[in-house]
Design a protein around this ligand. Sequence first.
Ligand SMILES: C[S@@+](CC[C@H](N)C(=O)[O-])C[C@H]1O[C@@H](n2cnc3c(N)ncnc32)[C@H](O)[C@@H]1O
Length: 231
Amino acid sequence: MLKIDIVSVQPGMFGGFLSESMVGRAVRKGTCEINIVDLRDFAHDKRRSVDDRPYGGGPGMLMTCPPWFEAVETLTGAPAGLPPEGTRVIMTSPAGRRFTQRDAEELSECGHIVFMCGHYEGFDARIDTIATDKFSIGDFVMTGGELAAAAMTDSVVRLLPGVLGGGPAATSDESFNREGLLEAPQYTHPAEFRGMKVPEVLLGGDHRRVDAWRKSQSRRITSETRPDMLA
Ligand SMILES: C[S@@+](CC[C@H](N)C(=O)[O-])C[C@H]1O[C@@H](n2cnc3c(N)ncnc32)[C@H](O)[C@@H]1O
């Protein structure tokens, strides 16, 4: 069973995420275990502080090394920087490598993931040494890593067997699949709505024609909206 620990200074942010979502259902079914860990539990002063001013000056505060090293060592049960096999320690950062569906697939096959949610101006650079990966979820800056960790968790958990209805096709016949294309347009009832008709080919029941149409639409949409994916 996949175990996910999300370390944060704002553990309250995950309430709705865990109770309302597909992820919450997967936890309740016992498909995965998700623990929200308060980084401040690893602070040692009365104020439970986890940040300090940056050397060399500059705006804001940085997250300090000691609580992060202790948290990751405690959660992985191994010295910082040497996680056991099958464990990934993921730092969230706008300066990380862009997270992709391939990463989600890879993570869905490991046994334990620890997500590190940054805050303030980010992490002391030495904290990088305890992460196995540093991921960004896009070219924009958020105030904290919680939404990034939630987004990555969602994309990983939905790939676990039995989480989505519809069997393996539910996750293989969609955008960023093995063919590297975006999904073709989809339609449901009614066959005509306010003058907009469902393409004829989808109504006929000829699966070979439907497949060919979907492939050509996938290529068209990908070249229109994400030409970089075809390059
Ligand atoms: C205000 S940001 C720090 C930004 C940092 N000073 C920089 O310029 O790269 C605070 C935290 O939010 C999280 N974060 C913000 N944007 C993110 C993104 N696009 N992807 C992943 N995490 C992000 C990270 O954990 C980061 O440490």
